[in-house]
Structure formats: C-alpha cells, structure tokens
Design a protein around this ligand. Structure first.
Ligand SMILES: Cc1cc2nc3c(=O)[nH]c(=O)nc-3n(C[C@H](O)[C@H](O)[C@H](O)COP(=O)(O)OP(=O)(O)OC[C@H]3O[C@@H](n4cnc5c(N)ncnc54)[C@H](O)[C@@H]3O)c2cc1C
Length: 396
C-alpha cells in the first residue's frame, strides 16, 4: 500500500511509524520543516531550558525505516480527482491514499499591531526572535522591562508566564544587570484562566501564579499593539516585550482549497466516523473537527486509528469506528507545581508535576525508541548555556 502523509508533526509522524511496521507499505511523508516539533516543551526552550527537548530531526525519528521517504516541501493545493498535491515550489506529488496532518497556525483575531509587535513561541524562529530581543535589552543595553506581558490564559500562556520571571532574573545575573523584582503580567480576555477546565482549577492556578509573582488580569481584552505596548480596555499598558499565546486557527491550506472540504463552525474539517473528509482523504489531529482536537494526545490517537484502519483494510478486515477519548491535561505552573485534570480527577502540586513529567516521557516515547526518548526528556532539566541562540542540532 502506498500512503502519502502531509505534515511531520504529532499526527503525521505517528501515522508514518505505525504504517511502516508493515514492510510492504511505502510511506511518503511531506513536511515543510526537517524537524519534528515537540510543542509542549517550547515554553521551556523559550525561557532558557535546553533546545534539545523541543526539536527532533525527522531523519533521527525515521532512521532505519527504509519504507519511509521524507520530502521537505510545503504543500499548497490539492486536486482530489487527479489525486495530486502541488507544493509552493511547483512540485506535483501523486498519491494513492492520503493522510493530512498540517496542524494549526497562529491567529491575532485581527487585533491591530500584534502581528508586528508581539512575540510568539510556536516555532524555532519565533523563539529565536524573542530570545534575541531579551538578550539585546539585557546583555547589551542593560535594561530590564518595567513589565513583561504574556497574552492568553490558556496552558501555553500560563506555562510561559510562570517561567518568565525566573528566566529574566537568570539572564540578568548572567550579564551582571541589576533587576530587583521582575514584573510579569498575564492578560486573559475571559473571566477566568483555563476556561475549558474546572472553576476550582482556574482559581488554584491563578492563586499559584500570583504567589510566584505573576500579575493576573482577567476580563482584559487587548485592543491594539504598538512599539510602546498595548491598549487594553481603553488604557495603555507599556511594555516592549509582549508575547502572544492566545489564538490558533486551522491551517490555511484548507481555506485555500475550500471547495474540496466541508467545515465545522470552528473552521476545522468535518470528518466521518473513520476520520475521512470528502474524497476519502483522511484528516487528523488539529485539522479534524473532533471533540478533543487541538491536543497532541488527540493527534497521536487519530494517527494510530487511521494507520491501523488502513492496515485492517489491506488485510480485508472491516474498519473500526472512531471513538473520541478525553485526553489527560497536566499543566506546569513553574518548576515545582502543576495541575492535573482527567475525568473529574483533580490534582495540584507535586503529584501533578510528576504526572506531567511522566506524560512528557510517554510523549517522546510515542515517536522515539525508549533510550532516545529518555535523552530528550532529560534535556527538559538542562539550562541552556547560550542565552542568545537556542541553536538546534546541525541540519542534515
Ligand atoms: C506552544 C504550544 C504548546 C502546546 N502544548 C501542548 C501540551 O502540553 N499538550 C498537548 O496535548 N498539546 C499541546 N499543544 C497542542 C499540540 O501541539 C497540537 O495539538 C499537535 O501538535 C497537533 O498535531 P498535528 O499533527 O495535528 O499538527 P502538528 O504537530 O502541528 O504538525 C503539523 C506539521 O505540518 C507541517 N506543515 C505545516 N504546513 C505545511 C505545509 N504547507 N506542507 C507540508 N507540511 C506542513 C508542520 O511543519 C508540522 O510538521 C501545544 C501547542 C502549542 C503551539
């Protein structure tokens, strides 16, 4: 069976690994980047922990898998009748069976100035830009901001805001810059943090953030951004370091090829009980309108589900129907405190930290053999020497 997979993230990589177990399958994986990105660790890399935890070359993941061919190219359009994908560079790729796992992109909800003046932490380039900015201000100009602003009271905003203060202090100490108390402000437009989790958890997280010195401002809608800061609720908020973690939208590939797909209200692709969109194209992970889409665990699960069904199909067996499973949520708030929620079970503090560490090890092991997964996982505790550039591994 020949299967083409688009996207080298959680969904795409897991589907390729599962399909490759049958040596008679030939898998072509097309991705616009040569690395797999472990998103859950990006906030750590952005705040001075090792870059090794956040990126793994696709070549390392697929080493020894002779039936997986990796092509680095950005797919732009699809012709489902001719079964053909076309890339931004004009290359055509014909497919027999197709799995799409392109992930999400950042959106600023049309808020003026954010695109130009806010920093992000969703990719290597974004993190490099943020670190460069912090390095320039602290190491070269010896300036500490009056306040560092993180926008978005979801998991990423909370993880980042909780680690930011300590990182800035470390940077200052490293470059002999006086700092005093470093002010980090977290802005959230909703009346509470983590609106998808329980009210008890929202309150506990807010309390914890405030305890470690983060100012939490709820019901605060950002109206615009400029070089000097933000307008929030009609009032200026001065800062040269604004980090946007708030909005994600479905990958623009689907809107650009809208005639071939159907969409749910959240602009994700409608899929059937076998995770198939129109024309029999499998759509998984963040792109699919499933109940728990938007989480790595869902993308991994979707990938296993589709790959196993394709293998069942090949063996002449009936495909299984998709059953959404509620993922485990574990969010670190600083190094030694976390929240954990799953099916009504709520844990706070060290037990949740340990569960999150365990979840990360499982996450790395989902795509790497245990030895390598342990190496990636241990990197989470390493503080990066070079504060300026989180130089990733040498590209092959
Ligand atoms: C900062 C951050 C932190 C997160 N933390 C957590 C967490 O703690 N727990 C959790 O469960 N989830 C977390 N998530 C969400 C999780 O990372 C996503 O749900 C998951 O990555 C979705 O997997 P995917 O395969 O659908 O997409 P992705 O993993 O995003 O993979 C998409 C792939 O497609 C490639 N691609 C994009 N455009 C093209 C193109 N045009 N052509 C070819 N290839 C292309 C990309 O380079 C990438 O390799 C986090 C997300 C972010 C941004």
């Amino acid at each position: 069976m020949n299967v083409t997979i688009v996207g080298g993230g959680f969904g795409g990589v897991k589907a390729a690994l599962e399909l490759a177990k049958d040596s008679k399958n030939h898998i072509t994986l097309i991705s616009d980047k040569p690395d797999f990105q472990y998103y859950p660790a990006l906030y750590g890399t952005a705040t001075g922990r090792s870059h090794l935890q956040s990126w793994v070359p696709l070549g390392t993941i697929f080493a020894g898998k002779n039936n997986i061919e990796v092509i680095i190219d950005a797919v732009k359009s699809i012709d489902p009748v001719a079964k053909k994908l076309t890339s931004e560079t004009g290359n055509d790729y014909h497919y027999e069976r197709l799995i799409m796992a392109l992930g999400s992109v950042t959106t600023y909800f049309g808020i003026e100035g954010l695109d130009d003046f806010a920093y992000g932490i969703k990719s290597y380039d974004e993190i490099k830009r943020l670190k460069h900015h912090l390095y320039q201000a602290i190491a070269e100009e010896h300036e500490v901001e009056k306040q560092y602003v993180v926008i978005g009271g979801g998991p990423t905003g909370i993880e980042l805001a909780a680690s930011m203060g300590e990182y800035i202090k470390r940077l200052c100490d490293h470059h002999n810059v006086r700092h005093g108390r470093v002010k980090v402000t977290l802005l959230e437009a909703m009346p509470r943090l983590l609106p998808k989790m329980s009210e008890k958890t929202s309150a506990k997280v807010k309390e914890r953030l405030e305890k470690i010195g983060v100012t939490v401002r709820l019901n605060e809608k950002v109206e615009s951004a400029s070089a000097d800061g933000l307008m929030v609720g009609g009032k200026p908020l001065r800062s040269h370091t604004i980090i946007w973690t708030s909005g994600v939208a479905n990958h623009p590939f689907f809107a650009a090829n809208a005639e071939h797909f159907e969409f749910a209200k959240n602009h994700k692709v409608i899929v059937d009980e076998y995770l198939r969109a129109k024309h029999g194209i499998h759509v998984i992970g963040d792109n699919a309108a499933t109940p728990f889409s938007g989480l790595a665990q869902t993308a991994l699960r979707d990938a296993l589900f589709v790959a196993r069904n394709l293998r069942r199909h090949k063996a002449g067996k009936r495909p299984k129907k998709y059953r959404p499973v509620m993922p485990v949520i574990a969010i670190p708030v600083g190094d030694d405190w976390a929240v954990f929620e799953w099916h009504g079970i709520k844990l706070y503090g060290w037990p949740a930290v340990l569960l999150r560490r365990a979840a990360d090890l499982v996450g790395y092991h989902d795509i790497l053999p245990l030895g390598q997964a342990l190496g990636q996982w241990r990197a989470q505790t390493i503080v990066e020497d070079d504060y300026f550039t989180p130089t990733p591994h040498k590209k092959k």
